[in-house]
Ligand binder design. Structure first.
Ligand code: ASP
Length: 434
């Protein structure tokens, strides 16, 4: 009788070929996989040309998945973050510091945009002959209305994906849990568990980021491509240079000088969020990733992550402010308006207000442009020509300006967390890979 020898139960099973590929794939940190797919997507799109649009659906799927997480994540993390504060007065302190810092960085962004426009003069000799005028359904009033913030029906606000009313309700709910005390403890634990779970949902979705980013970049490179730099070279270079300056120098200095923290771990920690902002052109789609990297890589505690970041996504738009300021000077030069110092000031103030009210979605800036251009006499017809001129190239410019929109939120959250002692500096400095 032959004896059948089974392998001992404790001997580890050898992975099959598929398992080995998966092992290799997951051994590379996610941010490196995303960078690799971004570069590869760029090359593939460039070689493939307009046909690359056939894989756009993969990118759209990724954006849908990540947007799906936004409202539940914001709701549960704000409630649990506020409930964890211990003292409701701390919410006011965090809120005031956050808003003032947002105003500060956005003001710098407008100054950068206006200065670039004034010195590089991208609008001189602009040729609008090929532009088809586009009338966008612009908002008549700039800035925020109270009805944008306080929802009449909270379930409708949630269903519509309206961020500001959701934030407002969640802040109120969290404060009420805090004020109720012991009796509301089960609810606080429930929301705490729900935020952990939602962050896990984001982690799962992010595993698809390399594929989504690949498809998004390939589509853009195959359709608009680098033509943007050939067609509107100086303006595109101003957007690129200004956005990089705002993210790496201004926001880097904010972290260094105001949070007294080294900058390299900051940018290393937020790479995923920067890449998703760049490829989706949407701050709101980037919000879940930003919240995840802030908590897991930068070591910022939930109380600040959950309040500063959703607020920043909606109100703090440095890239948008820079872009609108730049386009205002572009329009003035192209239509032959000589701007006085007072007009520059007026444009600056209006742009900050407009940027606060800009929706964190692709191409939103263009809808807000009219509000600023009217301040120095640009007519609706001229605005329509300008929008028609810029629209074919806006996607690439949008990708670039959405990055500082997000780095400003993360830099300000880092500073507020440091001031409020809500950051684990060990985690921040260790630049852990997630
Ligand atoms: N796409 C930008 C964002 O989502 C908004 C804009 O400037 O158009 O942040």
């Amino acid at each position: 009788m032959t004896e059948v020898s089974n392998p001992p139960a404790d001997q580890p099973k050898q992975p099959g070929p598929l398992g080995r590929v998966a092992g290799l794939w997951f051994a590379v940190p996610l941010w490196q996989r995303i960078i690799a797919s971004l570069l590869l997507g760029g090359v593939v799109g460039y070689l493939w040309g307009p046909g690359a649009a056939s894989i756009k659906w993969i990118g759209d799927l990724f954006v849908l998945l990540i947007r799906m997480a936004v409202i539940p994540l914001v709701l549960v993390t704000i409630v649990s973050g506020v409930a964890a504060l211990g003292d409701p007065r701390r919410l006011g302190s965090i809120g005031v510091k956050t808003l003032l810092l947002y105003l500060f960085t956005t003001t710098i962004a407008v100054v950068v945009g206006l200065s670039l426009g004034a010195f590089a003069q991208p609008g001189l000799g602009a040729d609008f002959s090929a532009a088809t005028p586009q009338v966008l359904n612009t908002t008549e009033s700039v800035g925020l209305k109270i009805t944008d913030v306080v929802p009449a029906n909270v379930f409708k606000a949630l269903a519509d994906g309206a961020l500001l009313p959701t934030i407002f309700f969640a802040l109120l709910l969290g404060s009420a849990i805090l004020a109720t005390g012991e009796k509301a403890r089960p609810l606080a634990s429930l929301f705490e568990a729900a935020s952990e779970v939602m962050l896990k949902v984001v982690a799962i979705i992010m595993e698809l980021a390399p594929f989504g980013v690949f498809a998004l970049i390939a589509t853009v490179m195959g359709t608009t491509g680098l033509g943007v730099f050939a067609s509107i070279g100086v303006l595109a270079l101003c957007v690129l240079g200004g956005s990089m300056f705002q993210s790496f120098i201004v926001h880097g200095l904010v972290v260094r000088l105001m949070a007294w923290l080294p900058v390299v771990p900051f940018f290393r920690g937020i790479t995923d969020a920067m890449l998703v902002a760049f490829s989706t052109s949407s701050s709101s789609a980037t919000l879940p990733v930003a919240m995840r990297v802030a908590e897991e890589n930068l070591g910022i505690k939930p109380a600040v992550v959950s309040t500063a970041l959703p607020l920043g996504t909606t109100v703090s738009m440095d890239g948008t402010a820079l872009y609108i300021g730049l386009l205002a000077t572009f329009a003035a030069q192209a239509f032959g308006v000589q701007l006085s110092l007072e007009q520059y000031l007026l444009i600056g103030v209006t742009t900050v207000m407009v940027a606060v009210g800009t929706a964190p979605v692709p191409s939103a800036s263009l809808f807000m442009l009219a509000g600023v251009l009217t301040t120095f006499g640009i007519t609706p017809e001229q605005t329509a020509i300008l929008v028609g001129f810029i629209l074919p190239f806006d996607r690439v410019l949008d990708m670039i300006r959405t990055v500082p929109n997000n780095t400003s939120d993360l830099a300000v959250a880092t500073v507020v967390a440091r001031w409020e002692n809500e950051i684990d500096v060990e985690i921040y400095k260790s630049s852990k890979d997630v």
